[in-house]
Design a protein around this ligand. Structure first.
Ligand code: 5GP
Length: 121
């Protein structure tokens, strides 16, 4: 699947649509999900144009991959949900139709602030 420049997260990255920003650096942007499923529901997206995790693994530079993973950690630290400064959280990535991915720009969901419950419902 080729990258769709008009997907909602591309528009957020370009500043065309507002978001409740949590964190931003050279590699990632993080913001609160518009329809939170848990007390804390953050999204972390890479700044580059990647449709999903496999596309990212295939095309991203090593710097982008490291920057993204470190960015996820920075968001979790900021939200105080890591095991160092909180009670833990769930990171989840949906990929493609069977994975339930709705927005075709790679994103990690971070759920926290309460017990998240079953792995898959
Ligand atoms: P997916 O199903 O693709 O893994 O998750 C997409 C997520 O993006 C959903 O949890 C949905 O609530 C969230 N979302 C969709 N549109 C917007 C938006 O315009 N702003 C924000 N902050 N989140 C959005």
């Amino acid at each position: 699947m080729s990258y769709d420049d008009n997907n909602i997260f591309a528009k957020i990255l370009r500043g065309e649509i507002p978001c409740k920003k949590i964190y931003e650096d050279e590699y990632v942007l993080s913001f609160h999900d518009i329809n939170p499923q848990k007390k804390i529901h953050a999204l972390v997206i890479p700044k580059g144009k990647f449709t999903d995790l496999d596309d990212f693994a295939k095309k991203a530079t090593d710097k982008e991959i490291v920057g993204f993973i470190k960015g996820v950690n920075k968001v979790a630290v900021k939200l105080e949900i890591t095991m160092d400064n909180g009670e833990g959280y769930r990171a989840l990535v949906n990929i493609g139709e069977f994975g339930g991915q709705e927005v075709p720009h790679l994103h990690f969901h971070l759920f926290g602030g309460e017990k998240i419950g079953k792995m898959v419902q």
